[in-house]
Design a binder for this molecule. Sequence first.
Ligand code: MG
Ligand code: ZN
Length: 381
Amino acid sequence: MKKIFLTLIISVIALSVFSQQEYLNATSDVKVYKGGGTYKVKTYKQKFKSEKPKNVVLMIGDGMGVAQVFAGLTANKGHLFLDNFRWIGFSKTQSADNYITDSAAGGTALSSGIKTFNGAIGVDLDTVPVKTILEEAEEKGLATGLVSTSAITHATPASFIAHQASRNYYEAIAADFLKTDIDVFIGGGYNHFAKRMDGRNLIDELQEKGYKVLQDINEIKKVKNGKLAGLVAPIHAGRLNLRGDLLPVATNTALNILKKDEDGFFLMVEGSQIDWGAHANDTEYIIEDMLDFDRSIGEVLDFASKDGETLIVVTADHETGGMAITGGSMDTGEVVGAFSTKDHSAVMVPVFAFGPGAENFTGIMENTNIFKKIEELLIKN
Ligand code: MG
Ligand code: ZN
């Protein structure tokens, strides 16, 4: 009996240490967004220096379906930076073992071009590691980066750099970062590097490998070159009112470092919390994060329009919430959201492309084809 009790206690502790799912328990659920601050959207010239991109920025709005985009567009009174994207398609998100994907299988499809089982991080159906676009870019001598507002060890960014049979193996995922030569990563997840069950201190190991390891975004944004590990929160960064302009600033910082590589770069930027707002069926939370993600798209457009050799692909891993919009106003920015699930849904998600090679991203495609097209343009060029 004592033994059972002890096992129970240990598993409760283990669960709380390992759990990054607290966003699924969000209690707020504001269905009607009453309107709020807006920002000006710039129009960029569609003139590029090359036919094929030297750099690719893949931007993933986690849980971002057409309704989430349109909620943001309405809240910003009719315009988004996404307006600049003229090549548009749809991605089918089904995983190998489920009609409705999770972010791990969805991330792996985008990072590696294979359909795998829900929960899988960079491994196939037999849990064999598959090479990711980030690893291929490294092999080719390009610079690489990952940016998110979740823990950097969470499913979406993890799919690009780690190879684990479960998205819940956060410490193993953090250790996988050390096996690569990624140049920049900025997100939460400090604890998975610093406070580990196995006693390893990955912060020391990162520093030995030449990384600047920083936790304050105001310090992080000053870094202009070299290797950078920005770990801005113990687990996830907070909601927008707590984290401020972390995502656009981190995106900009990553671009400034990566652009120094003459061979080009691959960068993945995730708007992680659109999904969490949708799990909570909270229209306000969705809009807050949709607009934050769109402003980050604006940062990349600013860079890409000057650079002329950068392809931007914006998509989602899946839709969340089965969101519909049943009312609203382009004048006031009001949005009335309605939801059919607290989970992910099966529907196609939008794909937006800007820059050299953007014309390839049209029509209805499998999520795995997004990887293949990027690989074709950036790696096999
Ligand atoms: Mg995610
Ligand atoms: Zn989700």
